[in-house]
Design a protein around this ligand. Structure first.
Ligand code: LER
Ligand code: MN
Length: 290
């Protein structure tokens, strides 16, 4: 979708959809929906062996990312860094952007900024998913929306300064009550003055919340920036009942050239989940590479 949203230097030098696979280094998320857990080199080696273009990294903090041999790993295995998740702020520190306490909101934003800066050194946008938080009896919907919008404005400008973008991810109703559909996400991003925030369409969340996957993807319009490629049961693509034909057709129609990133449970094991993902990608989306 490069070129369709103004602002920032972030622009993809490709005309293809590319594949990524998640690697988590967050101990508290070892039961989370990440294909590879706990070992950066093993994740990179297997991603390369199976033909993925990139990894998506879920790390404990920006500081930890800076201490990793990430540049060497990516170069040794011929991979890109597709994106960096910020959810460790929530799972490890209970930080979120809608916290009633301004100090905690500031800490949440600083945590995201740290990961954003570390990712930007590799051209990788950060993802705000669970860190968006939720509204409740203490912080009502209007107040929470204002907190989220103002944080996205500042973080979007930070992304512009770093020559990258920020991905905002609507989640299913059990994980947030802020934006649960792509339409709500597009309305939120459309109301911002920053042009550096894009939507992350996670097919698992969409399968729960959208009337159809195709309609949800179309609702992203010019904001679509990243896709979490996963099946209906949050297992690897091909291990559930999701119909990827219409998904491929809409992404083609929209001219999507971002990543399809496997954010899925390592079921029955990491290697099999990664293999299944790439097989499904090749059978359903391979022709998009023409
Ligand atoms: C959480 O459910 C999710 O999908 C992650 O990508 C959010 O960081
Ligand atoms: Mn996701």
């Amino acid at each position: 979708m490069s070129g369709e949203v103004e602002g920032g230097e972030y622009d993809r030098v490709t005309s293809m959809i590319r594949t990524a696979v998640t690697v988590s280094l967050v101990e508290q998320a070892r039961r989370g929906p990440f294909v590879f857990h706990g070992d950066l080199e093993s994740g990179c080696r297997q991603a390369a062996e199976l033909g993925f273009d990139a990894i998506e990294l879920f790390a404990p903090s920006g500081e930890v990312i800076r201490g990793l041999p990430l540049r060497r790993m990516l170069s040794e295995y011929g991979l890109q860094l597709a994106a960096v998740g910020t959810g460790a702020g929530m799972v490890a520190h209970k930080l979120q952007l809608c916290d009633v306490d301004p100090g905690r909101r500031g800490e949440a934003e600083a945590f995201i900024r740290g990961i954003m800066e570390a990712g930007a050194e590799f051209g990788a946008p950060a993802i705000i998913g669970s860190m968006q938080g939720r509204w409740d009896d203490i912080v009502n919907q209007a107040a929470a929306t204002e907190f989220l919008k103002s944080a996205l404005e500042r973080l979007g400008e930070c992304a512009t300064g770093l020559g990258t973008v920020l991905f905002y991810e609507p989640l299913n109703r059990y994980e947030t009550n802020m934006c649960t559909t792509m339409q709500q996400g597009a309305e939120l991003l459309g109301s911002l003055s920053t042009h550096s925030v894009r939507l992350l369409a996670d097919l698992f969340h969409m399968n729960i919340e959208e009337t159809s996957l195709s309609a949800g993807l179309r609702d992203c319009g010019r904001f679509l920036g990243h896709v979490h490629f996963v099946d209906s049961n949050r297992q690897a693509a091909g291990r559930g009942h999701m119909d990827y034909g219409p998904v491929a057709a809409v992404l083609r129609e929209m001219g999507y050239v971002g990543y399809l990133s496997a954010e899925a449970f390592p079921t029955p094991d990491s290697r099999t989940a990664a293999e299944q993902t790439i097989e499904t990608f090749r059978s359903v989306f391979g022709k998009l590479r023409d």
